[in-house]
Design a protein around this ligand. Structure first.
Ligand code: SME
Length: 159
């Protein structure tokens, strides 16, 4: 296993391209999902430096906090609640340029300004979500959504 990740490019798409093979090397041969979620968050944090990156996992009809990078966060989120619970209920990514404009947004930190939540679908059901928060408004775009969705499809195949 590599001890460090390397990124040379400044543009976002190239950085995602650099990230993918390094993630595959880091996670591809490990079967423990907690270890893989932990390293996944750390790798995304190293690549992009976002404020908060973490997993919520469906357990007994709730989303429960999993491995993350960033400040402490809400531990449980109900079906259809907040941005994460909406991604779960709708089985669709949520790209939120301004969290204050999202009805029912759950503020774990008032520093979060924009958010991207991507569901992780396994056996046609939502297994969990990946939640990414930024302190900047409109920090995520369609490129992030598409690239994170691709990563989550790959990640779901590892579960
Ligand atoms: N904002 C999320 C809650 C999780 S935190 O951002 C880490 C939501 O509305 O579901």
């Amino acid at each position: 296993m590599a001890e460090q990740l390397f990124f040379n490019s400044q543009d976002k798409l190239s950085r995602y391209a650099e990230l993918r093979p390094q993630l595959e090397a880091l996670i591809g041969s490990e079967t423990d999902s907690v270890a893989n979620m932990a390293n996944f968050c750390a790798a995304l944090h190293t690549a992009f430096g976002w404020f908060w990156i973490g997993f919520y996992i469906v357990k007994n009809q709730e989303l429960v906090l999993g491995p993350f990078q960033g400040p402490i966060a809400c531990t449980r989120i109900g079906f259809g609640k907040g941005v994460c619970g909406t991604a779960w209920a709708d089985q669709k990514s949520q790209l939120i340029p301004d969290v204050e404009a999202f009805p029912g947004h759950i503020a774990c930190s008032n520093l979060s300004k924009s958010e991207l939540v991507v569901p992780i679908i396994k056996d046609e059901k939502v297994w969990g979500v990946l939640d990414i928060d930024s302190t900047k408004l409109s920090d995520f775009d369609a490129i992030d959504q598409e690239e994170i969705e691709k990563l989550m499809t790959w990640f779901a195949g590892q579960l």
